[in-house]
Design a protein around this ligand. Structure first.
Ligand code: FAD
Length: 826
């Protein structure tokens, strides 16, 4: 009995102190107090007591005597650390160090500060931004006819190109001093969302120059002359830019590019100057076929030391006007289902002046770092926005279609199996929007959140692909038969484009999210790595000693938090005061954040440098971090709107889905963890009561499907931002109008069904049933008109296009010709 009390006292004390991150002095005092208590009232031999005091002294003294700890323990550990540190190339190092850390850093801490999350300003537009969104953006949407763009002309029409240039769409984020709009990331994204909901070609054409640029590179790194010359011209659309990094030999591993520039002397405008002779072969370059200025990444060498002492200077970016002798552009690739301009470019021994390097000679060799910095924000904007726009439009369309389209005398959306797909679409679209907005809000606060951007890029595009697949299935043959009435097939066809560009998704999941996250977002790992790299012995030891023991305390705290929060099902964790309706979700996230922090450290300590090649484990850890991030986004979005009850089913479904996924990813990680003993111990700590979280229930799913089947406030929020005006080129907008009509007529249709059944004419056509009901005065003439008009609208919605055989043949030949020829409108 007594020994049980002592055990409770000791383990309870340890867990409490660790959970509270007690300081060293508190640990020391508590240990001494317990030992004194045991000496006075415990029943132990003198030898036992002496042993206890000795062990305590051996453990506590080094920690309380910093010089001893540093000289003996820390030195030994630093040497060990150095032996196991992973080797890293310069490009890998620059990629890992790029950007800043935002909310994702809190998730790595194991103890996220929810008030901090909720204090990130919510996404809003300024008056000027709102006016642009309601004015030029809406007008542009009205000008877009995606079938014409993709299938008739394989390009945007000249009037749209002119509109984009005249209204400043190519300088959305550029500073006003250079003629740009200087809009927020939130607005930039909202524009791309809206455009993507009607034309992925238009969305991509706007997104790309506003992302990597090269305007963005010029703003941050350009010389004054380069900025003054290029930025106003780019903002006005007088220059059409492209950015060329990828080549046939170097795709994901772009740092391995074989394209070279040799510093040499050459003739330039009649004079001999020092310049660069560049050769390149690039492919997949967006806007290259029509670019007037090519931002080119290549490896710079200075074999004759004309500009310095270093021979292999490294990756460098230069701006090359495409009219320069030797620059080859013009041919086009044909990316799936989209008509944006994309193609290869080559150059052989093209001589360029040194001051064409972005940032001038001073930035020679800094190209990779520049790219990674700019991608840290850009990756969180363009592709997540395109996928969100497509998903919002597909969700609106599928909900409406599932209500309008009847089979077996019922709307197809009322069948449970269809409802399942509708539920996923609604839930995923909600999660995508929340994730996108959390990253954008951070970017607008000045962050360049490289890990958050990678999370957004990967998960929003992956969910987007799932949404469009569900939409296709719900539409059946209507999704398959191409034509102006088909608003899905082009987006379905082109969904792999978002998956592949700006960091292909498999690589982003397997290498980047956790690989970069653990170094950038972990509170101590980067500091330890820098200390280990420091060649100044004493300084390195001091840095390492300072950070390593804090790291150890951090692990102990997270261990205690993971255990206690798991035992209490998160009840010990705090949640924001106003969030009572979603408190358990905040608590579960705190619980899993602690578990994630523990798992990250255990993985790092046990696998060390090997973790880099364990992509399956790294991917699972990245998924856990991402799911925590996305769920934070969902709760923040809900809080930003002041917890509207109408949206609660969407929030609950999203939280159940994401938390269940977190649980399953942890399970997958533990099942495959190399050390079985550690996996067993970690499982006991993280899931002491087993895996008890369940995926969202069918009932909850039913509520989500209902939300998108009929107009309601939650539906409006979910699809807000998509272009849904009922204009002739916008079949989804027309369908929205039909949905309102159809829902309004439901009671009347039910009445007619009943009447027809009673009169035994239910098998007649609708027209015949209406006329019969009108003839015996069971319905009024207005009601008859409403029924016939709804039926006509329904027929228009379910109609698909057909073509004469020679028309189809002509189109396919015509498209091949258009695709390969250089477009001549510029
Ligand atoms: C339509 C389109 C537009 C583009 N626009 C531009 C542009 O404007 N400028 C530009 O420079 N580039 C552009 N790109 C290039 C794009 O960024 C690359 O396609 C992308 O980086 C992948 O390179 P890759 O296609 O050669 O695939 P690969 O590198 O061959 O990769 C193939 C697969 O292997 C996976 N993989 C590779 N290495 C690893 C690894 N270590 N771990 C796990 N998985 C790995 C990838 O994830 C991918 O799934 C564009 C591409 C397309 C298709």
């Amino acid at each position: 009995m007594l020994s049980t009390i002592w055990a409770i006292l000791i383990f309870g004390g340890i867990l409490t102190l660790a959970y509270q991150s007690a300081s060293l002095s508190v640990w020391t005092s508590a240990t001494v107090f317990l030992l004194l208590l045991y000496t006075l009232v415990g029943h132990s031999s003198w030898f036992g007591l002496f042993s206890l005091w000795l062990v305590a002294a051996l453990v506590l003294l080094p920690f309380n005597l910093p010089q001893i700890r540093k000289r003996w323990l820390s030195r030994f550990l630093l040497n060990l650390y150095r032996q196991h540190q992973p080797k890293m190339s310069r490009t890998e190092k620059e990629a890992l160090e790029a950007g800043t850390v935002g909310w994702e850093g809190d998730l790595f801490s194991g103890n996220p500060a929810w008030d901090k999350l909720l204090s990130i300003p919510k996404p809003t537009f300024t008056e000027e931004e709102q006016a642009f969104f309601d004015g030029p953006v809406a007008e542009l949407c009205r000008m877009l006819d995606d079938w014409d763009i993709v299938h008739e002309r394989a390009d945007l029409p000249p009037s749209v190109w002119k509109f984009l240039k005249d209204k400043g769409f190519f300088g959305l984020n550029m500073p006003k001093q250079y003629g740009g709009k200087e809009f927020s990331a939130v607005l930039q994204s909202a524009i791309v969302v809206k455009l993507a909901s009607i034309s992925a070609t238009a969305a991509t054409t706007v997104a790309v120059p506003n992302s990597l640029g090269p305007a963005e590179l010029l703003v941050h790194y350009g010389t004054t002359e380069q900025k003054d010359y290029y930025l106003p011209r780019l903002a006005r659309g007088e220059e059409m830019p492209c950015f060329a990094l990828t080549g046939p030999q170097a795709g994901s591993d772009a740092g391995a590019m074989p394209d070279v520039g040799i510093v040499c002397k050459g003739m330039w405008e009649g004079k001999e100057i020092i310049g660069i002779r560049v050769s390149w072969d690039k492919r997949y370059i967006t806007l290259a076929p029509v670019a007037t200025v090519l931002a080119l990444a290549f490896k710079l060498h200075d074999p004759n030391h004309l500009i310095g002492t270093v021979e292999n200077i490294g990756i460098t970016c230069a701006l090359i006007p495409t009219k320069t002798h030797g620059v080859v552009i013009g041919r086009r690739h044909s990316p799936l289902g989209i008509a944006f301009l994309n193609g290869p470019t080559q150059g052989k021994d093209v001589f360029i002046p040194l001051d064409w390097i972005i940032g001038g000679s001073a930035m020679a060799g800094r190209g990779w770092q520049m790219l990674m910095e700019c991608l840290s924000a850009g990756r969180g904007i363009s592709l997540p926005s395109i996928s969100t726009g497509v998903s919002k439009s597909a969700t609106a369309a599928s909900g409406a279609y599932a209500q309008i389209r009847h089979q077996f005398n019922r709307p197809i959306g009322h069948f449970e199996a269809v409802e399942e797909a509708l539920t996923r679409m609604a839930g995923f679209t909600y999660i995508m929007d929340a994730t996108r907005l959390l990253t954008l809000s951070q970017i607008d606060q000045g962050e360049k959140p490289s890990v958050a951007s990678a999370i957004s890029k990967y998960h929003v595009t992956e969910l987007g692909r799932k949404v469009i697949i569900d939409a296709m299935d719900i539409h059946g043959g209507k999704g398959i038969c191409m034509g102006p009435r088909n608003y899905l097939a082009l987006n379905y066809e082109s969904s792999p484009v978002s998956i592949t560009v700006e960091g292909a998704n498999i690589l982003t999941r397997g290498m980047i999210i956790f690989g970069q996250g653990v170094i950038r977002c972990h509170p101590y790992v980067l500091a330890e790595m820098l200390a280990a790299k420091n060649e100044n012995g004493d300084e390195a030891l001091t840095q390492f000693d300072d950070v390593f023991w804090k790291h150890l305390a951090f692990i102990i705290t997270n261990k205690a938090r993971a255990i206690l929060l798991a035992l209490t099902n998160g009840k010990l964790a705090t949640a924001p005061a106003a969030a009572s309706s979603v408190k358990p979700y905040f608590q579960q996230l705190s619980r899993f954040s602690a578990a994630f922090a523990l798992l990250s450290d255990v993985s790092l300590f046990t696998l060390g440098a090997k973790l880099k090649n364990k992509e399956k484990l790294s991917a699972r850890l990245g998924d856990i971090l991402s799911l925590l991030y996305m769920n934070s986004g969902v709760l923040k979005q809900f809080a930003d709107k002041n917890y509207p009850v109408a949206e609660l089913p969407l929030v609950e479904w999203s939280c159940h889905y994401l938390l269940h996924q977190i649980q399953e990813q942890i399970d997958g990680l533990l099942r495959n963890f190399p050390s079985r003993l550690l996996a067993f111990t970690l499982r006991a700590m993280i899931f002491p009561w087993g895996r008890r979280l369940r995926a969202p229930s069918d009932n909850l799913g039913h509520s989500l499907a209902r939300i998108i089947l009929e107009p309601c406030p939650a539906r409006s929020t979910l699809i807000a931002g998509a272009y849904l005006d009922a204009d002739p080129n916008n079949p989804v907008g027309l369908m929205e109008a039909t949905l309102v009509q159809v829902v309004a007529a439901i009671p009347l249709e039910k009445k007619l069904q009943k009447l027809s059944k009673e009169a035994h004419i239910a098998d007649k056509t609708l027209k015949e049933q209406v006329h019969a009901a009108l003839a015996n005065q069971s319905i009024t003439s207005e009601e008859a008109e409403q029924l016939l008009s709804v039926d006509a609208a329904r027929q228009r919605v379910i109609a698909v296009d057909d073509f004469a055989s020679d028309e189809l043949m002509h189109r396919s030949v015509h498209n091949t010709e258009v695709t390969v020829k250089k477009t001549a409108v510029y």
